[in-house]
Design a protein around this ligand. Structure first.
Ligand code: NAD
Length: 426
């Protein structure tokens, strides 16, 4: 309750450059659930490089879909918040203004284009900073194939997974010491002299912390998603055969959570064969686990056996990109980062600076991230409408240059014309 009141009050605050739309209403959290009005304020961060091109195109499609499906009953009130180059221009060189974070905390749901990571100069990546500051602990990537999209697989239609990657722990905690530094020497002395560890003198050292809390909240999100969307299995992907107390613990905490919090709903692989002759009963969710290296093979050879995947940070990083490549690459793979309620949807590719402002690139990744956003706020009809219009556009071989060069007899169009073609098919 206190949490909800604090958020109500935060709404009263004035921002320096952010204009809260007069017509829209805030999304709130009531009794542990997102409460979404019919004219919700949703935030957008334009992004750098190709950001403006793909954001303009995608917003046209999102708005057209809501109009088409809800006929004015439901309409997004867009609120622009700033990060990256555009923020630096407005906020005196600040690429990551505090009020952007405040707004994201206060209004819960937003979508962003790609942001440049300035090289050198002591900048944190803006993307990493956003994840850390907002505690966006689940990085979610749905990966599935759309008919007509070039793929290296013979049966790309068998790929339909949603990857839940832990986003705050593991080797991404940034606890690393350079070889030969006083810090590395000190850690090494402790490990060798006090803990009896063996290592080559003057090694660089990285630490991999993984907690029960961090693992369970990620796996819980994955299981909740699997249940609410009618998925059949959650696979815990880990390297527990080698790293027993981090990756192995992730798996054990996962099974423990499943047994404690989802008793009666979940079935393990062992139970599946012992009690159910290999047939998952209606309404049940299968929990299984796979070693990470095998999982890369499985996703190439037997993708149909996987559905929702929950995995620690580094595995998830590799796996997300590898699986995305099976169905057309990061150019169309959508993504989102979630805290308990705050959600930031994002294009998963970068700013592709050489194509900036040419109205040329593929808006698919951002567009489909918007589909995830509509699903998240409960606008499934609009989400479905966009997805099927997108599918029909690509089936008609109307595509941007990146797909056109891999397809026979494709009709190559600009970003903006691709958006128009999707809108025509809504
Ligand atoms: P990139 O994804 O920007 O571009 C790599 C190549 O992929 C491009 O040259 C282009 O050929 C292709 N590509 C990317 N998006 C495309 C699209 N929508 N349609 C068609 N083709 C597309 O990766 P990069 O060149 O390594 O990074 C450029 C900048 O983006 C860097 O500053 C990097 O830090 C940043 N970046 C940001 C994010 C993010 O904001 N989430 C992610 C990755 C990289």
């Amino acid at each position: 309750m206190a949490h909800e009141q604090a958020h109500e009050q935060a709404h009263e605050q004035a921002y320096e450059h952010i204009t809260v739309p007069a017509v829209g209403e805030r999304i709130t959290v009531r009794e542990g659930r997102l409460a979404v009005p019919d004219n919700p304020i949703l935030m957008w961060i334009e992004g750098d490089g190709i950001g403006p091109d793909i954001m303009t195109a995608s917003k046209r499609i999102w708005d057209a879909a809501a109009q088409k499906v809800y006929g004015g009953q439901r309409k997004v009130a867009w609120m622009e918040v700033y990060a990256g180059d555009k923020a630096a221009g407005l906020y005196d060189g600040n690429y990551f203004p505090d009020e952007t974070l405040d707004a994201l905390r206060d209004f819960y749901v937003g979508i962003k284009g790609p942001l440049t990571t300035p090289v050198g100069g002591g900048f944190r990546s803006l993307n990493v900073a956003l994840r850390q500051e907002l505690d966006l602990y689940a990085c979610v990537r749905p990966v599935k194939w759309y008919p007509g999209i070039p793929s290296p697989l013979r049966h790309p239609e068998l790929v339909d997974v949603v990857i839940y990657r832990e986003n705050t722990e593991d080797v991404y905690g940034g606890i690393e010491y350079k070889a030969g530094s006083p810090e590395a020497e000190k850690v090494q002395r402790f490990l060798v002299e006090e803990m009896g560890a063996a290592m080559v003198p003057h090694s660089g050292i990285g630490i991999k912390p993984m907690s029960e809390f961090g693992s369970k909240r990620l796996i819980r999100k994955a299981i909740d998603y699997a249940l609410s969307s009618g998925r059949k299995s959650v696979t815990l992907v880990h390297k527990g055969n080698i790293q027993k107390y981090t990756e192995g613990a992730f798996m054990q905490w996962g099974y423990e959570l499943a047994r404690q919090e989802y008793a009666g709903v979940i079935v393990t692989e062992e139970q599946l064969y012992d009690q159910y002759r290999g047939q998952l009963p209606e309404g049940k969710l299968l929990i299984k686990d796979r070693i990470a290296d095998i999982m890369f093979q499985q996703m190439l050879l037997r993708p149909a056996e996987y559905d929702v995947i929950a995995t620690p940070n580094l595995n998830g990083d590799y796996l997300s990109d590898a699986v995305a490549a099976e169905v057309g690459g990061v150019g169309i793979a959508p993504g989102a980062n979630f805290a308990d309620y705050v959600a930031l949807f994002e294009a998963t590719h970068g700013t592709a600076p050489k194509y900036a402002n040419q109205d040329k690139v593929n808006p698919g990744s951002l567009l489909l991230s918007g589909v995830m956003m509509f699903d998240y706020i409960g606008w499934g009809e609009a989400a479905d409408a966009i997805e099927s219009a997108y599918t029909r556009t690509v089936e008609d071989k109307i595509v941007t240059y990146d797909f056109a060069r891999q397809m026979d007899e494709a009709h190559e169009v600009k970003t903006s014309d691709f958006a128009s073609a999707v809108i025509e098919r809504l």
